[in-house]
Ligand binder design. Structure first.
Ligand code: ADP
Ligand code: ADP
Length: 218
């Protein structure tokens, strides 16, 4: 029933760097968990293990999600495709028929407030709008697990505040499980149902704090 389970996970890279030690963690459907901690404590490594981009070197990891989405700090959009065609990418790769994927991409763009910008190319959009396209592209895959690696870190503060509100609304609507890396404790507390604090080299979880006053669910 859990979307993500890590049981005593260790990760040591081929270079000999031990990035994580004895990390145990469970994320249930609908839980949105933030991870804070100093640079180098293994936050990105944790996310890459959850995504399957890296393999554990000790312990176990189980992901029960038919779709996982990864949102990077710098939106990785295809510059030669319009916003709409960027969002269509995943359904296209999955062989969803053109009419249906167009419809789904248009809906996802509307959810992130980009109605009317479907035909714009990434270079014509602001940083905040590019991040919205990137989030729409993640949502159109209808993930059970969404992984965010400091997605708002490069944005100005006003845009970041707007994006936080937007993500909170989307999360309440879609009820996916989320794992969200941030350097901002206030962002973590504002967005999450739980905050994990990581520390050390190799990194471990030193606190796991429920946030009981999280926003109401629909
Ligand atoms: P954080 O995201 O908290 O800044 P990272 O997960 O990026 O931390 O890195 C944790 C540790 O693992 C660091 O010492 C980093 O240098 C090392 N590391 C990360 N990725 C690799 C890699 N691909 N190869 C070797 N070492 C890595
Ligand atoms: P946000 O991402 O929170 O909307 P931005 O600073 O990215 O904040 O943009 C503010 C507003 O300015 C946008 O919502 C949009 O209405 C307008 N805007 C920004 N860039 C463009 C653009 N390239 N073309 C048209 N309108 C734009």
């Amino acid at each position: 029933e859990q979307t993500l389970v890590l049981d005593g996970v260790d990760k040591t890279f081929d270079t000999g760097t031990a990035a994580l030690t004895d990390v145990s963690l469970t994320i249930a459907p609908g839980e949105f968990v933030s991870v804070v901690g100093p640079s180098g404590c293994g936050k990105s490594t944790l996310l890459r293990l959850a995504s399957g981009l890296e393999k554990v070197t000790g312990g176990g990891i189980t992901v029960d999600a038919s779709a996982t989405s990864y949102v990077f700090q710098e939106p990785t959009l295809l510059e030669w495709r319009s916003a709409q065609r960027n969002v269509e990418l995943v359904p296209e790769l999955r062989g969803v028929p053109a009419a249906e994927r167009r419809e789904r991409a248009a809906q996802a763009l509307a959810l992130v407030g980009l109605e009317g910008f479907e035909r714009q190319h990434p270079r014509a959009l602001s940083g905040g709008m590019r991040m919205r396209v990137s989030i729409a592209r993640a949502l159109v895959a209808e993930p059970d697990l969404a992984l965010f690696d400091e997605p708002f870190g490069a944005l100005d503060e006003i845009t970041r505040l707007k994006m936080q509100t937007e993500l909170q609304r989307l999360f309440a609507l879609k009820q996916f499980a989320g794992l969200f890396i941030t350097h901002s404790v206030s962002e973590a507390v504002y967005l999450s149902t739980r905050v994990l604090v990581m520390s050390g080299r190799p990194g471990r979880i030193v606190a796991d704090v429920p946030i009981p006053w999280s926003y109401p669910r629909p």
